[in-house]
Structure formats: structure tokens, C-alpha cells
Design a protein around this ligand. Structure first.
Ligand code: UD1
Ligand code: CA
Length: 459
């Protein structure tokens, strides 16, 4: 079998994005564009993937890790020059090389596989992935001769009025005979409107050398969108969102209003989950069967158990068990571990805490740096006082303890198994097992004092 390689072009700054974030790192549905591209290369069974980095090289490498090797393009002299940098890795190898841009996040492995197969069948030296686009401004145009054979690609800025009318565009994705690619790149000049070494110029040169040129036209232009500015970024986001949402719906997830449901590219959702509008589910999140999310919930990097309900709430970097009830208006902050059958009610904030089976914090509480056992009742308005201005301390509440309303638990402190804390207490010392702790000033009733007060006011 022919060996297959890929080169990902990701060295440009992306001036048109007007951003301090390098273009290929801009996220589409929560995942950087270049990561989408590299992920779609994975099923193609490639022998090597080389990514050309330049602007923001360290950040791009950090993002892609060791799923690809890297070459540096010190100066951004054009896409042809960028590919040339991969010569040190690939130049003499026999095989087929896919060249793809890091700013085409919607391109699928299926289309790239179809392109590769077309290329391998026709035995052309190069096969261009093209698409029809009724508003082709900005894209390179495919110029065909009277026999409909591809002659060359002309960049928008270099095109004549006539050429600009062509609606077949260069998607920026190609398959090359690897050795022919590096041979022909040496002949590319920068004599054009942008003073750059254009990769598409290799087409005309190969043609001049009498080599076979092929084009594979996809009928899905949307998949090939190149993101150069924020307008295209939002378009890509919209298309990707639709694609992701339809995949989940086909897998048995109910989205009440898919237009207003935002699910990250890597989120996993089991069947019979229902998601209400205004919900953003991002990052490395998994949601188990029967869960109900939203409306208006924000969930990032969470594991959510079966039949859990999360309404109008925010949860980040946490584990939430089965049949848990969260919200409305709860905030689950990072490193929380909420076990099965727990209730976290309205205006409750949980941070870096474990809450074990069946415990309840139904209203208006702050639970931070705490370990809460099973069957605990946290009364309305309870606060774990975890911070002295310098350090954070832990609160431990053991199984079956009952914390009365409006209590302060001043950490470090432990409320032992089965004990009671009276409402309004400020607990600064450990509470023994099964004890009742009252830590508030005693009530004094002054009989008849109201009349006395009124009289004092009159005088
Ligand atoms: C390019 C094509 C155009 C095609 C379009 C498809 C060229 C000259 N033009 O134009 O025909 O229709 O893509 O989207 O190739 N890059 C580098 N180093 C460089 C320059 C660019 O790594 O020196 C990378 C960029 O990071 C980007 C990709 O190459 O990921 C494409 O570059 P870009 O400037 O976006 O090219 P377009 O103008 O979109
Ligand atoms: Ca582009």
C-alpha cells in the first residue's frame, strides 16, 4: 500500500482575525481549529503528520502534543514556503502527501479519504480538493481550459475580472505525489500581488512539466470554509454546532431547541438525555442516560450521572453522581465530587468539596474545602468559613449530622457523626458524635419593654 503523509499548515499569525490569539488556536465549538484538523487526520492511517509552526509555535505545540511532529517556519513567506519547511522530514519519501490548512476546521476525514482515493486511482501528481462557492471572494480560483482540465490556480488578489467570476475555489487541501511536491516547490517564485511563495503555483508548474493534474470536487462547500476572520469564525461555529447537535439527536438525545444549545466537539452524551435551551456544555464532559440539563446551564469538564437534573446552574471540572438534583441557580466550582442522590438547591455554591450519598444543601449555602458524609442535612444559610485571608482550611461533616440554619462552621473543624448544630451557631470547636452544639448568645426577653420604649420616644 502507498505510504501516506500529511502536512498541516499552521504558521501564520492570522492578521485578519485581529487577535492576540494565533489564528489556528481560535476555538470552534470549544476546540482550537488546528486540533479539529489534526483529529480528522487520525482515521486516515498516516505514516507521518508534520505540522508547520511559526507564530505562536509553543502554544500550537502545547495544544497538539505528540500527535504530530513539527517543523518551524521562521518567516511567513507563504504557503509554498511553509510546505518547503517539511522537506527535512519528508523530502525523499515515496508516497502520497495530504496538505491541509490549519484554518479549515470543518473538513472531515471522510472527504479527505475520498480525496486520497481519487488521487490514488487517477495516479495524478497532484489532486486539488475544490468546491463550488457562489461568493468566492478571497479564495483561489480553479482555472480550467476548454477541455475542462485544470490549468492553474489563481489567487483572488492576482485574478483578472474574468477569473474572479469563477465559482470553483481551491479549498487549500491537496494530495501530492510526495517526491514531485518537493521537487516542484523549488521552482515556485514570489512574483505576485502578495510577494509570497504560493503553494497553488505548483499546479501550473507541474502542468508545464507535462504531469497529470486532477481535481476532486466536493459538493459540500461548507465543509471547506477557510477561517480568515471573525465573520467566517462565527459561520464555522454555526455549521459545526449544527453538525454536533444533529449527531447527538441521531444518537437519542433530545435537544428542545438545537439552535440555542451549545455542545462542545468532544462532549459525550448518552441516549435519553434531555437538554433545554440556553445550555453550554463544554470541554471534556460526559452525561449519562436520563439526565436533564438546563435551561440556561453552563457545564464544563464534568462527569454527570444517570437521571441527574441540573437547572439554571453552572458546574465546572467536577464529578456529579446519579439522581442528583442541582439548582436552580447553583454553582458547582472545580474539584467538587458530588455523589449519588444529593441535592444542591438554589443559591448554593460548592467548591472543592466532597458531598456523599443522600446529603442535602437545599438553600443559600457556601460549601468550600469540605468533606460532607452521607445523609447530612445542611440547613439554609450554612457557611463553611474556610479562609482566614491567607490560607484555606477544611470542614468535615460526618454522616447523618444535621446543621441548623444560618450556621457558620469555622474551619478547620469537624462535626462528628449524628450530631446536631443549633440554628445560628458559630462553630469554632469540633462537635462530638451525637452531641447537640449550640454556639450563639442566649435570648433575653424583657417583658413589657415595648411600652416603655414608646414612652421614652415620646418624652
Ligand atoms: C489559501 C490559498 C487559497 C485557498 C485558501 C483556502 C494560498 C496562496 N492560497 O489562501 O488558494 O483558496 O487558502 O482556504 O495558499 N500559512 C503558513 N505559513 C505561511 C502562510 C500561511 O503556515 O507563510 C498557513 C496559515 O497559518 C493557514 C494556511 O497556511 O493555516 C493558509 O494560509 P492563509 O493565509 O489563510 O491563506 P488564504 O489566503 O486563506
Ligand atoms: Ca485561509
Amino acid at each position: 500500500m502507498t505510504r501516506r503523509f500529511a502536512i498541516v499548515l499552521a504558521a501564520g499569525q492570522g492578521t485578519r482575525m485581529k487577535s492576540s490569539l494565533y489564528k489556528v488556536l481560535h476555538p470552534v465549538c470549544g476546540k482550537p481549529m488546528v486540533q479539529h484538523v489534526v483529529d480528522q487526520l487520525k482515521p486516515l492511517q498516516l505514516d507521518a503528520v508534520v505540522t508547520v509552526v511559526g507564530f505562536g509555535a509553543d502554544r500550537v505545540k502545547e495544544q497538539l502534543g505528540d500527535s504530530t511532529s513539527y517543523v518551524i517556519q521562521e518567516e511567513q513567506l507563504g504557503t509554498g514556503h511553509a510546505v518547503m519547511q517539511a522537506a527535512q522530514e519528508l523530502e525523499n519519501k515515496e508516497g502520497t502527501t495530504v496538505v491541509v490548512c490549519g484554518d479549515t476546521p470543518l473538513l472531515t476525514s471522510e472527504t479527505m479519504e475520498a480525496l486520497l482515493q481519487h488521487h490514488e486511482q487517477t495516479q495524478a501528481k497532484v489532486t486539488i480538493l475544490t468546491a463550488e462557492n457562489s461568493s468566492p471572494d478571497g479564495y483561489g480560483r480553479i482555472v480550467r481550459n476548454t477541455q475542462n482540465v485544470v490549468e492553474k490556480i489563481v489567487e483572488h488578489k492576482d485574478a483578472t475580472e474574468e477569473e474572479r467570476k469563477i465559482t470553483e475555489i481551491n479549498t487549500g487541501t491537496y494530495c501530492f505525489d510526495n517526491q514531485a511536491l518537493f521537487q516542484v516547490l523549488k521552482h515556485v517564485s514570489n512574483d505576485n500581488a502578495q510577494g509570497e511563495y504560493y503553494l497553488p503555483d505548483v499546479i501550473e508548474i507541474l502542468k508545464g512539466q507535462g504531469e497529470k493534474i486532477a481535481a476532486y470536487r466536493t459538493n459540500d462547500f461548507e465543509e471547506t470554509i477557510g477561517v480568515n476572520d471573525r465573520v467566517a469564525l462565527s459561520r464555522a461555529e454555526q455549521i459545526m454546532r449544527k453538525r454536533i447537535n444533529e449527531r447527538h439527536m441521531k444518537n437519542g438525545v433530545t435537544l428542545i431547541d438545537p439552535e440555542h444549545t451549545y455542545i462542545g466537539a468532544d462532549v459525550e452524551i448518552e441516549q435519553d438525555v434531555t437538554i433545554y435551551p440556553g445550555s453550554m456544555i463544554e470541554g471534556d464532559t460526559t452525561i449519562k442516560t436520563g439526565a436533564v440539563i438546563g435551561p440556561n446551564s453552563e457545564i464544563k469538564n464534568c462527569e454527570i450521572g444517570e437521571q441527574t437534573v441540573i437547572k439554571q446552574s453552572v458546574a465546572h471540572d467536577s464529578k456529579i453522581g446519579a439522581r442528583v438534583n442541582i439548582g436552580p441557580f447553583a454553582h458547582i466550582r472545580p474539584l467538587s465530587d458530588i455523589h449519588d442522590d444529593v441535592k444542591i438547591g438554589n443559591f448554593v455554591e460548592v467548591k472543592k468539596s466532597i458531598v456523599e450519598e443522600g446529603s442535602k444543601a437545599s438553600h443559600l449555602s457556601y460549601i468550600g474545602d469540605a468533606e460532607i458524609g452521607k445523609g447530612v442535612n445542611i440547613g439554609c444559610g450554612t457557611i463553611t468559613v474556610n479562609y482566614d485571608g491567607e490560607r484555606k482550611y477544611k470542614t468535615i461533616i460526618e454522616d447523618d449530622a444535621f446543621i441548623g440554619c444560618n450556621s457558620n462552621l469555622v474551619a478547620p473543624v469537624t462535626v462528628k457523626r449524628g450530631s446536631y448544630v443549633a440554628a445560628g451557631s458559630t462553630i469554632t470547636k469540633d462537635v462530638p458524635e451525637k452531641a447537640l452544639s449550640i454556639a450563639r448568645s442566649r435570648q433575653v426577653n424583657k417583658e413589657g419593654y415595648a411600652d416603655k420604649l414608646k414612652k421614652m420616644k415620646k418624652d
